[in-house]
Design a protein around this ligand. Structure first.
Ligand code: CP
Length: 304
């Protein structure tokens, strides 16, 4: 079993990991030796703070070991991803990879003897969505029937939220004036529409009026953020997206919780005062990446 996208998991499996993650957070000592002797290879082709930290600390706190592997310093840069994965999966018990292309993650999973976890690619960020749902359940006590509004660019995080929310019986409305083309997944969007729980609008003010959670994310994907070649596109996006900034004015009649998967760009997709406001659960959400990483690892390594 792998975790490449939530589309591959049954709703019951997603729920099980959310509940397990909450349980692990409450009782960490019960799991101190759960992955004793196990190793996780963590391969990064892109930058990361939370995904790297949470999985590495999770393995340590579960009694196992994690290896950080920068893609550029491995022979993945010059060899076939399948060959390298076939070798790697003979030495480790699990692989977590943050890659540029979902197709490479699929190739990895096909070649691997051990579970492969998607640590975020251009299409999906399933680990983030599991942590987000865990956080919402922790705060509200339930998920079914809640209403989340995502405001930003339709990207990988948005895809996984749509899948995760609709599977858990939550309503999700997206306010996405632009779609990150490589992230587009027609099958996922059409499937979500059929549930009757997903809709999209351009009216952010109306959407946030009666919602329980407002969620936003960066307007520019991490691999392009500091890329001079992306400067023009970045400026275009800022101009287009600025009217959709999550700020005090937008939320003035709302008591919704505020979420952001981080890293935050204050003054762009969200203002600093909203990040620091009492309704912001952003830092709890990011902290929960640790407990949800544990939940995911235990599920995939058969230790639930
Ligand atoms: N949200 C998230 O995945 O954070 P990092 O990019 O820092 O891992």
């Amino acid at each position: 079993m792998h975790l490449l996208t939530l589309k591959d998991w049954a709703s019951e499996q997603i729920k099980e990991v959310i509940d397990k993650s909450i349980e692990i957070k409450k009782n960490p000592d019960r799991y101190r030796t759960s992955l004793e002797g196990k190793s996780l290879a963590m391969i990064f082709q892109k930058t990361s703070t939370r995904t790297r930290t949470s999985f590495e600390v999770a393995m340590t706190q579960l009694g196992g070991h994690a290896l950080y592997m920068d893609w550029r310093t491995t022979n993945l840069v010059l060899a076939d991803v399948r060959d390298e994965t076939r070798y790697l999966s003979r030495n480790v018990d699990c692989i977590m990879a943050r890659l540029l292309k979902h197709a490479d993650l699929k190739a990895m999973a096909e070649a691997s003897r051990v579970p492969v976890i998607n640590g975020c690619d251009e299409k999906y960020h399933p680990c983030q969505a599991i942590s987000d749902l865990m956080t919402i359940k922790e705060k509200k006590g339930f998920l079914n029937g809640l209403k989340l509004v995502y405001i930003g660019v339709h990207n990988n995080v948005c895809n996984s939220l749509i899948e995760g929310c609709t599977r858990m019986g939550m309503n999700i409305t997206t306010v996405t004036p632009m779609v990150n083309e490589p992230s587009f997944d027609k099958e996922l969007v059409e499937g979500a529409k059929r549930t009757g729980l997903y809709k999209t609008t351009m009216d952010a003010r109306e959407a946030v009026k009666d919602c329980d959670i407002v969620y936003t994310d960066t307007w520019v994907d991490m691999e392009f953020f500091l890329d001079p070649k992306f400067k023009e596109e970045k400026e275009k996006r800022i101009k287009l997206m600025m009217p959709y900034q999550v700020n005090k004015e937008l939320l003035k009649e709302s008591d919704a919780l505020v979420m952001h998967d981080m890293p935050i760009h204050r003054g762009y997709e969200i203002t600093g005062d909203v990040v620091e406001s009492p309704n912001s659960i952003i830092y709890d959400q990011s902290e929960n990446r640790l407990y949800s990483a544990k939940g995911i690892l235990l599920k995939l390594l058969g230790k639930t």
